[in-house]
Design a protein around this ligand. Structure first.
Ligand SMILES: [Zn+2]
Length: 344
């Protein structure tokens, strides 16, 4: 197994001050990967800035200019949640471009799979504005590149961040060459992602939302992966799987109310790895989205790499979610989605 990763110190220069989406998320992750001896088992894929032409596949010229102006004029708030600092524009270009390099390495089989450890994150950013800590929609830019450069017709995006990736959904709502799957906490930010949102026109049926109630843990997540994602992926026959990997569904993450453990994220990764090797010659590319408890984030990313590297025993120093006795029953939800999308 050759597994790549993208990381560049420019990602720490998107300085958000005391914000929950801060450079410590990545610096702690790199510390944990280094101490676990993982970096020497992984292949470093260099980052690069995305070009304006590449960003224009998803974003308007005025949005790109707005982010640039905000950063170069010293930084400031783009919305109530999303802030820039002087080097944020450059960091955001490298976040999207780092993922594009990783896409090349996966498509050209220089690595089996890869994980782009980038920030700022991307899945809330829509065509004409920044939103929810996200400046440019990294995964959407990569999916467009996969279609244009590698002539793919079927790209599966799996978004397990605890929030719905409204920007990604929006980018491909009319598009059948991308199947967008998201399981997320609902009701919650950003308010989109209902079962009924299934796409439009040529994209009808190619948006698959699983809005989950609070307190879902490993068992519920794996049930959704096994009973919704897997049959949908088998029917779609993706040529590439992109993963919007947010770890804010971890039980120790205080930004949301889910109960997934580090060991649970490892099992999710195992499902994705099997799916990719069965359906698309193992072409699997992760990009970091959320995850705001830095210990839980770093350990969960470490566990993700351990699985990608083929390790059998996955260490979970954070432990299982505390018992709270109110595990939700998602049987009806899964039935509803199965019926809506005619999954078997
Ligand atoms: Zn999130």
């Amino acid at each position: 197994m050759s597994i790549g990763y993208v990381y560049d110190s420019i990602y720490l220069k998107h300085d958000t001050g005391g914000h929950v989406e801060n450079p410590q998320r990545l610096s702690e992750t790199m510390d944990v990967l280094t101490k676990a001896g993982l970096l020497e088992q992984l292949i470093n894929i260099p980052a690069r800035p995305a070009t304006e032409e590449e960003l224009l596949k998803v974003h308007t010229a005025s949005h790109i200019q707005n982010v640039k102006n905000s950063a170069t004029s010293g930084g400031g708030w783009l919305d109530g949640d999303t802030v820039t600092s002087p080097q944020s524009f450059e960091a955001a270009l490298y976040a999207a471009g780092g993922l594009l390099n990783a896409l090349d390495w996966v498509m050209e089989r220089k690595v089996d799979s890869a994980f782009a450890l980038v920030r700022p994150p991307g899945h809330h950013a829509i065509g004409n504005c920044a939103m929810g800590f996200c400046l440019f929609n990294n995964v959407a830019v990569a999916a467009k590149q996969a279609i244009d450069k590698y002539k793919l017709d079927r790209v599966l995006i799996v978004d397990f961040d605890v929030h719905h990736g409204n920007g990604t959904q929006d980018s491909f709502y009319n598009e059948h060459r991308v199947l967008y799957f998201s399981n997320h906490l609902s009701p919650y930010y950003p308010g989109t992602g209902s079962v009924e949102q299934t796409g439009r026109g040529a994209g009808l049926g190619y948006t698959l939302n699983v809005p989950m109630p609070a307190h879902c843990g490993d068992a519920e997540y794996l049930k959704v992966f096994d009973e919704v994602l897997l049959p949908a992926a088998r029917a779609y026959k993706p040529q590439l799987i992109l993963v919007s990997a947010g770890y804010d569904a971890h039980w120790a993450d205080h930004l949301a109310f889910m109960n997934v453990s580090t060991a649970g994220f490892a099992q999710i990764t195992r499902r994705l790895l099997t799916m990719a090797s069965d359906l698309c010659d193992g072409k699997l590319l992760f990009v970091l989205e959320g995850g705001y408890n830095v210990d839980a984030l770093a350990q969960s990313i470490r566990a993700t790499f351990d699985v990608l590297l083929g390790k059998k025993n996955i260490n979970d120093p954070i432990g299982p979610a505390p018992e709270n006795g109110n595990t939700p029953d998602i049987t009806n939800l899964i039935e509803q989605i199965t019926k809506t999308h005619q999954l078997m």
